[in-house]
Design a protein around this ligand. Structure first.
Ligand code: BGC
Length: 765
């Protein structure tokens, strides 16, 4: 029989001080007592600013101005035009009880200064760096009127077909939790007060959006409660514990109920179990979309969403249009409306908007705080730590006096360096790879360039990718011709540049429109026209460094066999080209490691390292064997596993040691390992700690990350890295959904990635 201990419920840090809370309560009580029911419902309404980012002007014809005057608007999102926001805030103050608007924006990885995409940032495994990068985003956004950002996205994703994997922190719930906290602290600060530089975070997409079946965006989620609690929910929970002020409900359904009206997710878990006391906004038009889910008409779904715990309706006008009727018909109560309204007013109070509605509307901050050299320099520093070296036969680092052919459609493309969700940024100004290389070499004349290829051979596919927005929203607008130069000519120009060079840097991969929202892919290989280019380059016999731009894991089997080096640079932001050159030439030693498994074939998806065993297990790298859990045509193992990434130096791991081989159910134990830098260059290593619960009362994953440390180790130096493992780390949600630590043996593993670990046994009694 197993001994079990119910682990203590985690304590929630209620960041708003108690004294402030009672003052706030009095203030909000008083305000609520004066508001009409229509005004209260109005606070629950969030609209996009008309024009979405284009020049805006407050006029009496503006739909948002009309609604505001009628007390039907609680917030606006989608613009950081300070003069517009100032003017419309004035309208808010003149209307009804003069309640200020909250201003939201999708600040996903930086604002005007672009940081690497979130998936790239996660590969730094550097929480301080993520927090600091996020602080810059908060500073820039808050300098332009924004007090609420629709970030972080903490959805766990195990399927690289899903385009929004680019916006998250990868496949692991433990790492995802640490990352979620770093973002919340970065946006909101750590002291529970909102200073002028702090903005309200909005954790999204709650919940399980990343588990969309088959990686198809918005698709159904088919998972059980035990699996979501163990495999997916930790980042959302960690964000609540870090004090996140708001959440955004997701588009998908869970257990047959859309997340936007799912009381188990919003009320039972988020509020009651984790103690979240902020407000929940729907995703854009998600309330309206519940009608298409087949739940009921707009009135029905709006009423059910409110009752389930949703507080604010983004862009559906479901709340504002139907809740009064539902109140009259007894479908919702006054208390339901008051509760939601109170949460919105509390957020505005905490942000300090009642005290100073123009707190974030200081135009003079634009020149001192936004897109400064300092911020861009920091973006470069971040990007240096977000490049995963996937292969290197010794061709890297490059010599600064070599003759280099920089080829490929992504070599001279700034926007692709910025990545998805960069609408408030100077995306096109991002430093290109070509520019970064030219700035780094001893003589720029030694650097040649050729565009090299199209994206896809199939024109319709390339049009869908490049002009998808236009074709969807403005089908009558003619799109420019895709190509003016035939593919063969582009390739032959690149080949002649390659022949004249010592080394080729081939810049290929995804453009930003191929990942992010609404960009799921069923084939996740490098676009085929680019592969034609790579094949032609390979035929020259010149060494090739593949610099990969991507927002998701790709299938790279051919590239791994045929390229001399592969540096995965994702989309690295404003200073991409400089940061990439820093790594290519060895001024910076690469240190990033994958936070998502890279499959060999798309048919392996979903693919994740922390999978379960089956009753007929099959070792990851073993060849085909009938009647075991494997494929005929590919091994189970990924091409590059979770946690993997190379350096220009090498690290050797000793055997892990435990401070004691036994631990009590509520005890802890120290795990240590010696890591030696056996190469000739100083480097950073991400040391990873995994556990495996050998026998538990429910089945457990073969490996689970429970700790990591990023350490600087000088050439020749050995460092002892120590972790403290507690019963919390060994706990999981059992079949009864209780968080328990069970007695028995655990494998404790340490290594440079999820594959190459060394184990020691710990007995828990
Ligand atoms: C996305 C959200 C985003 C919202 C507002 C939605 O389509 O799913 O991530 O925050 O739009 O722009």
């Amino acid at each position: 029989m197993k001994k079990t201990i119910l682990a203590a419920a985690s304590t929630i840090l209620l960041l708003a001080g108690c004294a402030q809370k009672s003052e706030m309560d009095k203030f909000v009580d008083d305000l609520l007592s004066k508001m009409t029911i229509e005004e209260k419902i109005g606070q629950l309404n969030l609209h996009a600013a008309a024009g979405f980012i284009s020049a805006l002007k407050v006029t009496e014809e503006d739909e948002n101005v009309k609604m505001l005057r009628a007390g039907q608007l609680g917030g606006l999102y989608g613009t950081s035009d300070v003069s517009y926001l100032t003017d419309i805030q004035k309208v808010a103050l003149e209307s009804g009880h003069g309640i200020p608007l909250i201003f939201g924006l999708d600040v996903i990885h930086g604002h005007e200064t672009v940081m690497p995409i979130p998936l790239a940032m996660s590969t730094s495994w550097n929480m301080q760096l993520i927090e600091d990068a996020t602080r810059i985003a908060a500073k820039e956004a808050s300098a332009q009127g924004i007090n609420w950002v629709f970030s972080p996205m903490v959805d766990i994703a195990r399927d690289a077909r899903w385009g929004r994997i680019a916006e998250g922190g990868g496949e692991d719930p433990y790492l995802g939790g640490e990352i979620a906290k770093a973002y919340v602290y970065g946006y909101q600060g750590r002291d529970g007060e909102y200073s002028d530089n702090d903005v309200l975070a909005c954790v999204k997409h709650y919940a399980l959006y990343g588990a969309a079946e088959a990686g198809r965006d918005y698709n159904t989620v088919n998972l059980g409660r035990q699996e979501i609690l163990n495999g997916y929910m930790n980042p959302y929970k960690a964000a609540a514990q870090a004090g996140a002020g708001s959440y955004m409900s997701s588009f998908n359904e869970f257990e047959g109920i859309p997340a936007t009206m799912n009381s188990y997710l919003m009320d039972d878990l988020l509020r009651k179990s984790w103690g979240f006391d902020g407000f929940i906004v729907s995703d854009a038009t998600a309330v309206m979309e519940e009608v298409a889910h087949g739940i009921g008409d707009l009135q029905e779904v709006s009423a059910r969403s409110l009752k389930a715990g949703l507080d604010m309706d983004m862009n559906s006008d479901g709340f504002v249009g139907t809740l009064k009727k539902s109140l009259d018909e007894g479908k919702v109560s006054k208390a339901d409306i008051d509760r939601a309204c109170r949460r919105i007013l509390e957020a505005k109070y905490k942000l300090g908007l009642f005290e100073d509605p123009f707190k974030y509307l200081k135009p003079e901050r634009n020149s001192t705080d936004v897109y400064t050299k300092e911020n861009r320099d920091f973006s470069r520093k971040v990007a240096q730590e977000c490049q995963v070296l996937l292969k290197n036969d010794g061709v890297l680092p490059l010599k600064k006096n070599a003759k280099i052919a920089v080829v490929g459609p992504l070599a001279n493309d700034g926007s692709s360096m910025a990545g998805t969700w960069t609408m408030s940024s100077h995306a096109a100004e991002s430093v290109t790879i070509l520019q970064g290389i030219k700035d780094a070499v001893t003589n720029p004349a030694n650097v040649s360039y050729a565009e090299g290829s199209w994206l896809f051979l199939d024109k319709e596919l390339e049009e869908n990718v490049k002009y998808g927005m236009i074709k969807t929203f403005m089908p009558d607008v003619p799109t420019p011709p895709l190509h003016t130069v035939p593919l063969e000519r582009l390739i032959s120009e690149a080949v002649s540049k390659a022949r004249a060079a010592d080394v080729v840097v081939a810049c290929v991969g995804e453009i930003p429109a191929m990942n992010g929202e609404g960009s799921s892919r069923a084939d996740i290989s490098i676009p085929d026209a680019e592969v034609e280019l790579l094949k032609a380059l390979k035929a020259t016999g010149k060494p090739i460094v593949l610099v990969l731009t991507t927002g998701r894991p790709l299938t790279l089997v051919w590239e791994d066999e045929n390229m001399n080096a592969i540096l995965n640079t994702w989309s690295e932001g404003s200073e991409a080209g400089h940061a990439i050159a820093d790594v290519l030439f060895g001024d910076v030693n690469p240190s990033a490691k994958l936070t998502t498994s890279f499959p060999r074939m798309v048919g392996q998806l979903p693919l994740y390292y922390n999978h379960k065993n089956t009753g007929r297990p099959h070792p990851d790298y073993a060849p085909y064997k009938k009647f075991t859990s494997c494929y005929i045509d590919v091994v189970n193992a990924p091409l590059y596993p979770f946690g993997y990434g190379l350096s220009y130096t090498t690290f050797e791991y000793g055997e892990p040691k435990l401070s004691a081989s036994e631990m009590s159910l509520d005890g802890n134990v120290k795990v240590s390992v010696d890591v030696k830098n056996t190469g000739s260059m100083d480097g950073k290593e991400i040391v990873q700690l995994y556990i495996h619960d050998i026998y538990a009362t429910s089945t457990r994953p073969v490996k689970e990350l429970k700790g990591f440390q990023k350490v600087d180790i000088k050439a020749g130096e050995t460092k002892t890295v120590e972790f403290t493992l507690t019963s919390e780390d060994l706990s999981y949600y059992n079949h009864d959904l209780q968080w328990v630590c069970e007695s028995g043996d655990f494998e404790i593993m340490v290594g440079p990635n999820s594959r190459d670990t060394k184990a020691v046994t710990l007995t828990v009694k």
